[in-house]
Design a protein around this ligand. Sequence first.
Ligand SMILES: [Zn+2]
Length: 379
Amino acid sequence: MSIFEVRHQRWAQVILQSAIGGDRIPHAYLFHGPDGIGKETLARAYAQLLLCEKPVCHNECSSEYAPDGKQWFDSCGLCSSCRLMETDSHPDYHLIHRRLIRFHDDPSVRARKGLDLGIDVIRQFVLDAAHKKPALGSRKVFVLRETEKLTSAAQNALLKTLEEPPPGTFLILICRALDSLLPTTRSRCRSIPFSPLPISFVHETLQGRHSDINADLIRFAAALGEGSLGRSVQCLENGLNEINRNVITPLKDLSVLSALEWAHLLEDQADQLAHRSRLGDEEINETDAVRQALTQILTLVATFYDDVLKLTHGQQERCCNTADLEIVRQAGSRMKHDWIPRSIGWTVQAEAQIHLNANTTLCLENLAMRLAHLYAPSR
Ligand SMILES: [Zn+2]
């Protein structure tokens, strides 16, 4: 793919292009930022450019990357190397991830679960592979996915290669947050920050890909992704809208009597969501998956009360729950307006507690009881 197909990451593009244009290509980059915003896509497109036999040089570029008289480089898309990249079969492009443990030479290592990106995978698939000659040209590129899951031992084993890789070897580490890596690893890589995508772009992309899905649902997924196309796609794939409706419907009129029932409903919905998101990746620990699902569900709750607040301020067009505005309206009519921000604060607080491994049932029950007191009692 053309490197310019990766949109809205101008800063990253400028850094990469300046290095190529200046002929000072760093051998280790660290791409960091939230999931689903183009880090791995750009890493792959950049790898294609590094491996391309006849890279092309543009003096002008699309307006988004207006080059100020600079030259911009891209892969040709035509050479045998580019064609191998397009068919996902380039022998010198190495995508490294924790699930490679299943393909390890040692059967006792293969028997383990790939919860982390451990030293065995790094040794065989990066260190040993980096010391072999490239199969085609003179370069090899390693893209390491989810490096926040690298163990300390694996990071220590990588240090020498990051510092001084074999000639023609390039590494791109991808992670969510810089501080998830050891300082010694970070200091050996050139860091490039990635920013969330504009929500309008996520919205347009989803519309283009899913013309069969209704507009409310697309809008909901785009808003909930908070600038991550990957997260928005997951919302659609995991049926988060259906879970959202189950979670928010009782919130139109929560009472002390119905609060605990609602708290248990959240746990039940989290189990369902965790099951859906674990499909195809049984290496995710079940308890972690449920906690992750619960934090997602609490985001739905916070988004709902945020919509209640917006609606009471007459900002209907900014609401996420456009398909369920009646539920939002009913909740707004039952709650004291000054109290609505408290509901958002408490929900975010519960989300943080669950993230820090608090007792989930207790946390949800407390939240439900506190929220119930924000509604006027039924007559
Ligand atoms: Zn090419």
